[in-house]
Design a protein around this ligand. Structure first.
Ligand SMILES: C[S@@+](CC[C@H](N)C(=O)[O-])C[C@H]1O[C@@H](n2cnc3c(N)ncnc32)[C@H](O)[C@@H]1O
Length: 324
């Protein structure tokens, strides 16, 4: 996956404003914060830290959001997404992802607590970077004081719940679900902690009559959590030369590990099973770890003798759906 050229260009313009040495230092500090899973103290309090976020974190969070939205687009293309509410929007990452993904997208409401992020997000989305027909409105709100929102087709909470206390996250989710007309998407880092947040939100949503659209093919208790494991996926995103220089390393891509959930207001056709690990592709057979509609993890070996299934299994990737 690659970021839209307009967004890459906007990021470059912002990072160019920051002294190179400060940017390198802020990137190292930001990376340390994420490694230490320290999400409760603000990691992006200075201009240099926000620029570092744009350069080295936004590409990954964009990729994870885009992947979750693509799931909606691929499996429910008939459901029109005309409006999106993004909570803890930061620089407006989800705005760019939704704009790429949904042809009918007309209105974005971006809720953010930090005035500096709002100012930066407005600069990133300045004309002509997004379609003229798309109306973008920012709402400065501190989610700790409750959320005020109108109904939107889609609500996104991307890499934000983990920065809130449990009580605030619970309250935000309840309100967010009320404001979701069609779908609610929650995304967190693909760590044990990120998954625990997503799984807790999943239980709360199921208790509120939500249909789980992705990634789970069932509404039973998560079998991975029961086994002490954590459900997560991986999205590859191209790295720019600036990203490589700031983070070190030669690879032309990075793999963002993320946990996510798409809840729907209405039931949609079943997906079969979900592939929850990298498929083991061997000569003559493919091994799949599946989360099944019965709410169990099952290992399946698809051999060359099952012609059609084998062909599909050779192409299958971690995170894809799997029909028997
Ligand atoms: C890690 S950033 C994620 C930004 C964006 N959603 C993304 O995926 O790239 C988390 C965002 O949540 C915002 N945030 C954290 N606590 C908040 C609160 N209490 N009220 C409003 N926004 C908050 C932060 O200011 C920050 O912009």
């Amino acid at each position: 996956m690659r970021l839209p050229a307009e967004l890459l260009d906007a990021i470059q313009q912002e990072t160019d404003k920051v002294d190179r040495r400060k940017l390198v230092q802020a990137t190292a500090q930001l990376t340390e914060r994420y490694k230490a899973a320290d999400f409760l103290t603000p990691a992006t309090a200075t201009e240099a830290h926000r620029a570092a976020y744009l350069a080295v974190r936004l590409p990954a969070t964009y990729a994870a959001v885009r992947r979750a939205l693509a799931e909606i687009n691929a499996r429910a293309p008939q459901v029109e997404i005309a409006s999106m509410l993004d909570l803890g929007a930061g620089p407006g990452t989800a705005l760019f992802a939704a704009s790429e993904e949904f042809a009918s997208f007309q209105l974005a409401t971006l809720v953010e607590g930090d005035a500096e992020w709002i100012a930066l997000g407005k600069r990133l989305a300045a004309p002509p970077r997004l379609p003229e027909s798309l109306k973008v409105q920012w709402s400065k709100q501190d989610l700790r004081s409750g959320l005020s929102c109108e109904k939107h087709d889609l609500v996104v909470i991307s890499y934000a719940l983990g920065e809130l206390s449990q009580a605030t996250a619970d309250a935000v989710l309840v309100k967010a679900w009320k404001c979701a007309g069609k779908f609610l998407v929650v995304i967190e880092p693909g760590t044990r902690r990120g998954f625990a947040t997503v799984n807790a939100m999943r239980s709360a949503l199921i208790a509120n009559a939500a249909y789980i659209f992705a990634p789970c093919p069932h509404t039973s208790a998560c079998p991975m959590a029961a086994a002490g494991d954590w459900c997560h996926f991986s999205q590859r995103v191209e790295r720019t030369s600036q990203h490589r220089q700031l983070k070190g390393g030669e690879l032309g891509y990075e793999d963002e590990k993320f946990s996510y959930l798409v809840a729907a207001k209405n039931s949609l056709p079943s997906i079969g099973a979900r592939i929850v690990r990298h498929p083991g592709k061997h000569s003559g057979h493919v091994q799949l770890a599946l989360c099944t509609p019965q709410g169990q993890i099952e290992n399946r070996t698809v051999t060359r003798s099952s012609k059609e299934a084998y062909k599909r299994a050779r192409k299958a990737e971690w995170g894809d759906t799997w029909l028997e």
